[in-house]
Design a protein around this ligand. Structure first.
Ligand code: ADP
Ligand code: MG
Length: 259
């Protein structure tokens, strides 16, 4: 009658110590240990590994949700042959996430549909997979968020300062007024040498001055953003979106009866 008592005690302890996954796999790991003649240490190792793995997975799920990514795609989903202007080695280097350690930035430039957001998302996913936090926002969303509400801008800005990696997507679709430009400058300054920014833009750096109320603020922002950074310039190339649309169009023509 002693075994159930011990098991009860173990389960109670696991519950109190908040080790729910260990409780879930306890029966199985015990049975395997009995069958497999494993040492006490190996048994403990297996139990702890289970709990660690479950915690990591839960953690990733939570971080994924908090990151607000527009879609989940990795570089494994990226067709390099379609976009030969991208240096594969450069992207592979970015995926090592060494740039995060040095709080360096990544700027992805190019026309619509060439994979800028896709690469930014892939970097954010890798960041989360490694246990760090990421946050995805478009420039428009960021400006809207900072303009709303009653809290001070400084408080609202903290959401963009906290994550290890901040993705700012679609810089350049809207010109920024003085207020928004100042916020953007403040954000870039406060993350400068502290936390990485991945930024995408349809405008080349030369055209950035037209996005801001004056040249001084444009160059102050670019100065900090580019000091420690990698730029990936995706030149020309066809829009992957249009390619997909065209293929869908061809398929529809090939199947006249389907509707
Ligand atoms: P943008 O450069 O405008 O940000 P996206 O990165 O969002 O474009 O790409 C548009 C769509 O096409 C996305 O669904 C993306 O996953 C896909 N895509 C773009 N380039 C490629 C590529 N080379 N291989 C696979 N999918 C791609
Ligand atoms: Mg995009």
């Amino acid at each position: 009658m002693q075994a159930p008592l011990v098991e009860d005690r173990v389960r109670l302890a696991l519950d109190r110590l908040r080790l729910p996954h260990m409780a879930e796999v306890l029966d199985r790991v015990c049975q395997e240990a009995t069958r497999g003649e494993v040492s006490y240490l190996e048994f403990l190792d297996e139990l702890l590994r289970e709990e660690t793995r479950a915690r990591y997975e839960r953690n990733v799920v939570v971080k994924m949700r908090l990151a607000r990514l527009p879609y989940h795609k990795t570089m494994a989903d990226f067709d390099h042959s379609f976009q030969p202007s991208i240096d594969k080695k450069q992207v592979a280097e970015l995926l090592t996430l060494r740039f995060l350690e040095g709080a360096e930035n990544v700027v992805l430039l190019g026309p619509p549909g060439v994979g800028k957001t896709h690469i930014a998302v892939a970097l954010a996913l890798e960041t989360i997979r490694r246990g760090y936090t990421a946050y995805f926002v478009t420039m428009q969303q960021m400006v809207d968020y900072l303009s709303e509400g009653t809290e001070s801008v400084t408080r609202r800005m903290s959401i963009f300062l906290r994550p290890k990696l901040l993705v700012i997507d679609e810089v350049g679709y809207l010109p920024l007024d003085r207020r928004a430009a100042n916020w953007f400058f403040e954000l870039v300054s406060r993350r400068y040498e502290r936390g990485s920014v991945v930024l995408t833009s349809n405008k080349s750096f030369g055209d950035w001055t037209s996005l801001f109320p004056d040249v001084a603020i444009a160059s102050a922002i670019l100065d900090r953003l580019l000091h420690h950074s990698t730029t990936i310039n995706i030149r020309g190339g066809e829009s992957y979106r249009l390619k997909e649309k065209r293929r869908a169009g061809l398929l529809q023509r090939a199947e006249p009866s389907s509707n």
